[in-house]
Design a protein around this ligand. Structure first.
Ligand code: 6LW
Length: 507
């Protein structure tokens, strides 16, 4: 049997989905990347099209100096009476530092500016009951002595008109598994019973879907003894998809149920693409939802079998990059801000969405002064590979470098010619940093894939392939020509990306 494939490949974790008519809308986490909260639309749950971002221009929330894996976490998308609601957390130092809500009548935007909600923790979710009342749930550190677990799911009523939490806080549940943190709550009502679905075990190998149920929305909730309802924790190191959890259930117009959830595709124990969005069938029984009925795990039949779609959005860090995109030419103004800074570096990238892709661009050496300009495979701010033009002992050179923590290692170097073509070529086990100089191809470095894995680097994102131009503010703008992002053996796809002026600053 072939391996399950993600429906949204490349880092797209913490998926949440809702249906309006015969269209589904899905949101995933964006962390410190701009624009924030990508929204995808689908008619069949398999093929997703990017329709916009919730946090862009005026609605962008200035994040300040956050780590790449902090920022905007785990939104939930819901719809009621003509309005789409998104609730999400801003994380700092890997913990929630504010819950927010935004609304829109069109999920493509514009979305309202974020409004802060009075509550703590992460992974907020909304539940609209059939009596017209709405509730917000989220996960926080346990607030009661001798709690059965370190995490606590709480609930408060949500005033949909004033976009405020009202009334008392109810502590709902501490999880089904011993001493693990419970998170990612979503409530569904079936035949008068409230089912609370959560994630436990952490977002790594022990990730799992667990559940509790109640006859009143405010509880008391009792653990669904079938928990965990879904996990790949028991499948061993050779399972092609691991870390599955953080599920959200949606019903099709003809009454079938599916869940979107996150999973990773490790190669020899290391995954580089981040946590991706998968699909799994769900059947409701009297006890609650059955995930992957009769299989008990993600399968190719249950997941999408279509080829992964290349990314459709350019992203930058913590705000708009000083960049313009016109077809396959990307122009980046210089900034003295390095890639590991907690500000907005002169960087524009796309998520790596497949193990075997090629990212390439050409640049002229002439305008390059005292600056570093080139390509980067960025895992975290201080874990990345670059192939870029820099000063050498006897003029400009193309350099391949590996940055890990405080250490920068030069892996290869070749004198530059007037125009160079730089490339990052990936395969399941390797990142190759390549350059074409005077029509001669050079492989400057071959780096094992685990150098850029989440297992090595930590954090919550996968690799983003991008362009950068780091130099004093009066250094030259650099044009990256014929920028291409493609499957390793296919034609160019970069022209498909929309021409964007990312220089517009948020107000
Ligand atoms: C997300 C939470 C999680 O909010 O990671 O470990 C956070 N689990 O559910 C960021 O993706």
């Amino acid at each position: 049997m072939s391996a399950p494939q993600p429906v949204l490949s490349g880092w797209h974790p913490d998926p949440s989905v809702c249906r309006v008519g015969d269209e589904y809308y899905l949101v995933t986490s964006s962390f410190a990347f701009y624009p924030g909260l990508p929204i995808h639309r689908s008619r069949d749950l398999h093929e997703w099209e990017l329709v916009g971002h919730a946090l862009v221009d005026e609605s962008w929330l200035p994040l300040g100096p956050v780590d790449v894996s902090d920022g905007i976490w785990a939104a939930t998308i819901r719809y009621a009476d003509g309005v789409f609601y998104l609730v999400f957390t801003v994380a700092r130092g890997r913990t929630g530092s504010g819950l927010y809500v935004v609304t829109a009548t069109d999920p493509a935007g514009p979305w309202s500016p974020p409004r802060e909600l009075e509550g703590e923790g992460i992974d907020p979710s909304l539940f609209f009951d059939d009596d017209g009342r709405a509730y917000l749930t989220a996960a926080r550190d346990s607030t009661v002595a001798d709690a059965p677990g370190p995490g606590e799911i709480w609930l408060r009523e949500f005033d949909m008109n004033r976009l405020e939490l009202i009334g008392p806080t109810h502590n709902l549940w501490y999880g089904a598994l011993a001493r693990t943190w419970v998170e990612a709550p979503h409530i569904y009502k079936k035949n008068g019973t409230y089912h609370l679905i959560c994630a436990e075990g952490g977002t790594e190998r022990n990730h799992a879907v667990t559940a509790a149920r109640a006859t009143s929305v405010t509880g008391p909730y009792t653990t669904d003894p079938r928990s965990p309802l879904l996990s790949h924790r028991h499948l061993g190191d050779t399972a092609t998809v691991q870390n599955v959890g953080h599920a959200d259930i949606v019903e099709t117009p003809d009454g079938q149920s599916w869940a979107v959830l996150l999973g990773v595709r490790p190669i020899d124990g290391h995954h580089t693409l981040g946590r991706e969005t998968f699909l799994v069938p769900v059947e409701w029984e009297a006890a609650g939802p059955v995930f992957a009925p009769r299989e008990g795990r993600l399968t190719a039949v249950a997941g999408a079998t279509r080829p992964a779609q290349p990314p459709r959005d350019w992203i930058s860090l913590r705000g708009p990059a000083p960049a313009t995109v016109a077809g396959s030419t990307v122009t980046l103004a210089p900034r003295p801000t390095p890639l590991d800074s907690l500000e907005t570096p002169p960087f524009l990238g796309v998520r790596q969405h497949d193990h075997s892709v090629a990212f390439e661009a050409s640049l002229d050496i002439r305008p390059i002064g005292d600056q570093d300009a080139g390509l980067v495979a960025l895992q975290g701010g201080n874990v990345h590979l670059t192939v870029h033009v820099a000063d050498g002992e006897h003029g400009k050179v193309v350099k391949a470098q590996h940055r890990e923590g405080a250490l920068t290692t030069t892996l290869g170097e070749v004198p530059a010619s007037e125009r160079v073509r730089l490339g990052i070529h990936t395969s399941p086990h390797e990142y190759r940093l390549v350059a074409t100089v005077d029509r001669v191809d050079h492989v400057l470095a071959r780096v094992p894939h685990d150098a850029l894995s989440t297992e090595t680097a930590g954090g919550f994102v996968g690799v983003t392939l991008g362009l950068f131009n780091i130099g004093a503010t009066d250094a030259a703008e650099i044009a990256f020509y014929d920028t291409e992002y493609r499957f390793a053996r296919e034609g160019r796809v970069m022209d498909d990306l929309p021409g964007t002026d990312l220089r517009r600053s948020p107000r």
